[in-house]
Design a protein around this ligand. Sequence first.
Ligand code: SAM
Length: 257
Amino acid sequence: MDNDWDIFISRFEALSKIDLKSYKRPQMERRINSFMRNANADNYNSFINLLKTNREIYRKFLDHITINVSEFFRNSNHWEILEKQVVPELLKTNKNLKIWSAGCSTGEEAYSLAMICNERHINLGGTILATDIDNEVLEKAGMGIYSEKAVQSVPPAYLNKYFVAENNFYRIKDSIKQMVRFQQQDLLKDSFGAGFDLILCRNVVIYFTEESKQRLYRKFCDALRPRGVLFIGSTEQIFQSRELGLQSIATFFYQKT
Ligand SMILES: C[S@@+](CC[C@H](N)C(=O)[O-])C[C@H]1O[C@@H](n2cnc3c(N)ncnc32)[C@H](O)[C@@H]1O
């Protein structure tokens, strides 16, 4: 079975470029096995052949393993700390903020950032970078169209100001859309830019192994400018942050020392 699994992940990597070895095996295996059962695939070999030949199942499978649930202003109390404490502190040492939403899914996080920056007249060195491994979510993010349910967490004043209601949907205005640049990227494999003032990587690493998390946090630290800040998810914590050159400045916020 172990051998089957190893062969499956190497064939899957050849197909998708996604390295499942960097994700926690028990969780990943459970998700994959439940998907296989639903797709009536009896074993890894027939499943990989199915993924190769059936584009729709392949797409659904990628969605299933990447888990791309997102929300505008997810954990609003943390966004308040970001807006009232962290951003003003960053602005003391740099007038133009370079910002990155890593693992941005369908764009809610990046657009939340853009709305705040617009409200507070924050200068961005360019556009907010928003990246994800999954091209399909990036396509949705780029369209900027959200259901009524999805915009429930947007403050009413922002909803009026930054969205246009169309039938049962809300379209983010071009002025906000233009502030964000979406780009495909695998955080575990690709190289990063440098000089970021603020990086958000929230609810992305849940299924990463401890080793890949640690490697990723080191890469983020290198990508931050001195005193730049990394904002992580509400169930996450960075162990040995000091060794990485990061200091906790508020719960879920780490500053490069
Ligand atoms: C749960 S969503 C988080 C979205 C947003 N950050 C939030 O907190 O609302 C996790 C996202 O991480 C992305 N992801 C998973 N592994 C990744 C990797 N290796 N590189 C880049 N993105 C990845 C998934 O495609 C998914 O869209």
